[in-house]
Each structure stands twice: as C-alpha cells, then as structure tokens.
Write a protein that binds this ligand. Structure first.
Ligand code: HEM
Length: 520
C-alpha cells in the first residue's frame, strides 16, 4: 500500500483506540490496527495490553523484539491503516536493495563513504553496484526460500546469472571470458581481474544462506577449472559452455569416506580397457558439493601411474544420494557411487598420473575464493550485532552500554578488518603474478589466510551468539542470521582444507623457502 493512500491520524486519535475492542498502535509513525491480529500474534495476546502499548507509540518495544522484515510481510503490512500526520518514518530497517550500508564496519572500507583504497578502480565500483542490485533482487529472496525448503537454487536465478555471465566471471580472469559481455558490458573481459572476482564472491556471500551459497554453482567454481586448464580442446568446447550457461552442472569429486582429502589414499580406481580407449571407474566419493544434481564429475582416481583426474559424465553406473549435513540440502551435498563406469580416455584431465598437479593448481584459487566468502560473511554478522546492541535495551540501557559487549564487538570488528586487509593484499599479488608464480609464492600465504579467516569466523560466531543470547540459537526472529552463521561457520573451516592442516602447510612452505645460509 503506498503511503499517500493511507489515512492521516493525530497521536490523540490513536490514543482513543486503547482497548481490547479497538486496539491501535504506532510503529515508526505508522498506525496499525491490531484488534483482531492480537489473537493471532505469535508473541501472544497479552503483550498488546502491556503498559505503554495500547493506543501508544510501540516503536521501541517492537524493534526490541522483531526484525523490521516482519512489518514487510504482506500479512502484517496489511495491518497498517494509516500514518501520523506531519511525521515521517525515521527507521531504515532491513535490507535496502542495492544500497551500501551506513552502519560502521558493515562494508569493507573501500565501499564506506569517505574512505579510499589503492586497489579498486571505477570498473570494480560499477561491478559492485550492479552485482549488489542483482543479488538483492534475484539471489537473496531465492536464497532465503531455498535455504528453508532445501531445494536447489532456482533455475530461473541460475539462468539470469548466466545471461549476464556471472558464472563465467566466477571462474576468475582468463581466456574463458573472451568475447563475453560481462554484466551488461560494464566491465570488459580484458580489464576483468581478481578484484572483480572478489567483488562478485563477496556480494554473493551477502545472501546470508551458507548451504544455498554452495548450491549456487560452488561445484562449478571448483570442478570446472581442471576442465578449463587441462581438458582437451574438444572436451572444453562441449562442457564449458554447457556449464557456464547453467544448462548442465559440474562438481569436484575427490574426498572419500576412507581417505578424506588425502589424494594418495584414495580408493576410487580407474583402469584402462584392453583396447586402451576407455577408463573403467569404480569407487565411492563423499561430501561432494552439488553432487546430487551434477551432470559432470571431476573425479580424482587411483590409476596405474598414481593419481589421475578424469571427467565423468552422469551415465550408467553413476549414482548419487544426498548427505544430510548441518547446512541446507540446497548445497546438494552427495555420496556418490561409481560402479564400473565407462569413460572415454579423452576425458582425462592433464597427464595420466599427473593428477596431483591438476589438483594443486586448483587449490589456491578455491581457497582464496573461500577467504573472500568467509571475510564477507563475518562482516555481515558484525553488522547484525552492531544493529542489535543499538536497538536492544537491557536493564533500561542499550546493550552497547555494557563494557563486556563492547569488548566483544571490538574483537569482532578487528578480526573482520584484518581478514579483509590481508585478503586484498594477497589479491593484489595475484593480479601481478602469473598463475605459476601464484602457485609457488602464494600457496602458503593463502593457506595461512584461510586458516586465520575461518578461526576468526568461528570466534565471531561464538561472540555473536553471546551478544544475541537465546535469540542466537533460535532459527526464526531476531537472531536468525546469527543462529544460521553459528551453525554453518565450520563449513568454511573444513572445505578446501582443514584449518590446522592449512596453517601447517603455510609453515612448511616457508621452511622450504628458507635461505640455506640464514643464521641467527
Ligand atoms: C504490527 C505489529 C506486530 C506484528 C506484525 C508482530 C508480529 C510478530 C511475529 C511475526 C512474531 C514472531 C517472531 C518473529 O518472526 O520475529 C512476534 C513475536 C513477538 N512479538 Fe510481535 N508483532 C507486533 C507487535 C508487537 C508488540 C507491539 C509487542 C510488544 C509489546 C510484541 C511482542 C512480541 C513478543 C514478546 C514476541 C516474541 C519474541 C521472541 O520470541 O523473541 N509484538 N511478533
């Protein structure tokens, strides 16, 4: 209902409706008739008769107990019967589509008003604006619904992403972008760099639904690069356009129940047929993101020569079933069985026995993407907490008047800022190094950053729950994003390499680079 069609009342008019038979309240200069709704109110009937509520301004009471989005739900928006004359709404609640948040530290500093950055140019800013609008309009609403019903991301959203070549951009800079119109032409394939890609990952991470976020082509981000970088021209010509247009789906199938991610302990085998024209693949894979709906599987196999990566198309002998994890089924996490699956040898990615090289060349990029997501998700939680401590009163004062709360916020903000700054510094190095140089010089740094970032994320999740109290463990209402974050934060700390393993990798890389003559 447009504001201009609504009746205008004075506060005195509203005050007359203060009985159970006629019960009005004011929330942020809007007048609501809750006479009949009272009986249906999820928070109970009696609260509407509490002191200071019937016929009065209930703004503070309302925002201490509800998210703004409640008032935007059609069934509740209908309760509004008018506005207070000569008053304007003062509250900017919920999500303002496309807008940059004005809450301090809610955005990485390059986006905050009056701040500067050496890294982001005009094309990054244009892209950020366009992707934010896209996410708010198409991805966020779908994410919230699918996260609840556990269905995979809607094909209509995936198609819209394909129209503006978002799937292709998520693969990073490279030849695959040549000739494409990116986001309606606001950035050219030639100028597209890792900062553009970072902008995209961080904007999508704002959808606030971790399982859905992975459902939204995470399999492509990690499963397609081996095809792009090591597939034959014929294989690429067939598979890449199908996947980047979201007509078909791909996943990376390496980890197993027996071996986790230890590629040398894998038990899925690929043996050649006598004529040498096919692989016969048998074995199982576990925790495969997007596996339930994938058409292609980038599979790590044990072969005669060691470890080989092979692209398998869904065909006879391939079966997938969902694994129930602590995030939503929207991610399509699968247990996969390959039972004597026949695959042409032309589907081999890279050299036979050279699978470790194929995998390693993928890891840095995958982990760096995850750092971007982790950094942005923890910042979103900082924003949730800053808003909550500002609007919530305890013992008659806002929560932020408690030193213990401020101390938690200080730690959360510092973590979010340090992760983002380190991430941008590494991204700058990536923009100025060849892929090969990145592998040798940045593997350790990225491993450290991922380990650090996900440790920070878990501390922030725990702090946020303490700040939100019981609401931080409740799946609906005020703390729903905090509850979700706390429940799903460990995914970042596991996928792409467990925290301790990565930290150790960073140190081992450093020791390998130690000058032989270095002495104290
Ligand atoms: C138009 C006005 C209102 C609407 C549409 C509304 C709607 C709701 C809804 C949907 C919930 C479920 C929790 C959620 O989804 O956030 C809820 C809970 C609640 N509401 Fe309201 N409400 C209104 C006004 C009020 C007012 C004025 C008060 C207090 C005086 C109040 C007190 C509560 C309480 C105590 C809860 C339970 C909160 C919790 O479980 O943490 N509500 N309300």
């Amino acid at each position: 209902m447009a504001t201009k069609e609504l009746k205008k009342f004075t506060r005195e008019d509203v005050a007359k409706h203060n009985t159970e038979d006629s019960l009005w309240i004011i929330i942020d200069s809007k007048v609501y008739d809750v006479t009949r709704f009272r009986n249906l109110h999820p928070g109970g009937i009696s609260v509407f008769m509490d002191e200071g509520i019937p016929g009065e301004d209930a703004t503070e009471a309302f925002y201490g107990l509800h998210r703004h989005e409640v008032l935007e739900r059609p069934q509740y928006a209908r309760l509004q019967i008018g506005v207070i004359e000569s008053e304007e709404p003062q509250i900017k609640g919920g999500r303002m589509p496309g807008e940059v948040s004005q809450v301090p530290y809610a955005e990485p500093s390059w986006l905050a008003k009056g701040y500067h950055s050496p890294y982001y140019k005009e094309s990054h800013r244009r892209l950020q604006k366009a992707v934010r609008e896209f996410v708010d309009e198409h991805i966020y609403p779908d994410a919230q619904e699918r996260e609840l019903d556990g269905k995979r991301p809607s094909q209509s959203v995936l198609d819209k992403m394909a129209e503006v070549n978002l799937h292709a951009m998520r693969m990073g800079p490279g030849k695959h972008l040549k000739g494409l119109t990116l986001m309606g032409g606001i950035v050219t394939p030639e100028e597209f760099d890792y900062f553009h890609e970072l902008v995209i990952s961080q904007e999508i991470a704002r959808c606030g639904a971790r399982g859905y976020g992975d459902g939204l082509q995470a399999g492509c981000v990690i499963g397609l690069p081996p095809v792009l970088n090591f597939g034959s021209p014929e294989l690429k010509a067939k598979v890449v356009p199908e996947v980047l247009s979201a007509k078909k789906f791909i996943c990376l199938a390496v980890s197993e129940a027996y071996a986790g991610s230890d590629v040398f302990g894998l038990q899925t085998t690929a043996t050649k047929t006598e004529d040498g024209k096919h692989w016969i693949i048998s074995g199982t894979k576990k925790w495969i993101t997007n596996g339930t709906f994938a058409d292609y599987f980038t599979v790590g196999c044990r072969t005669e020569d060691g470890f080989t990566v092979i692209l398998v198309e869904r065909s006879e002998g391939v079966s997938t079933k969902p694994i129930k994890t602590s995030y939503s089924a929207a991610a399509g996490t699968a247990y996969i069985t390959f039972d004597k699956v026949k695959v042409p040898v032309e589907n081999t990615l890279g050299e036979e026995g050279g699978g470790i090289f194929v995998m390693l060349s993928n890891f840095n990029h995958e982990r760096w993407v995850m750092c971007g997501v982790s950094a942005r998700s923890q910042r979103a939680i900082v924003e949730e907490c800053l808003k909550w401590v500002n609007q919530r009163k305890a013992f008659g004062k806002p929560l932020h008047s408690l030193a213990v709360i401020r101390s938690k916020l200080a730690a959360m903000i510092s973590r979010a800022e340090s992760v983002q700054s380190w991430l941008e510094s590494i991204t700058y190095q990536m923009c100025n190094m060849s892929y090969k140089e990145q592998s040798s010089k940045l593997a350790g740094q990225i491993a450290f950053l991922k380990s650090y970032s996900t440790r920070c994320a878990q501390l922030t999740a725990a702090d946020a729950v303490q700040i939100f109290g019981g609401r931080g463990i409740t799946q609906t209402g005020m703390g729903r994003f905090v509850e979700h974050y706390h429940r799903t934060v460990t995914f970042d700390a596991l996928l792409g390499g467990a925290e301790d393993v990565l930290a150790d990798l960073g140190v081992r890389q450093a020791m390998r680079l130690m000058p032989q003559d270095a002495r104290l």
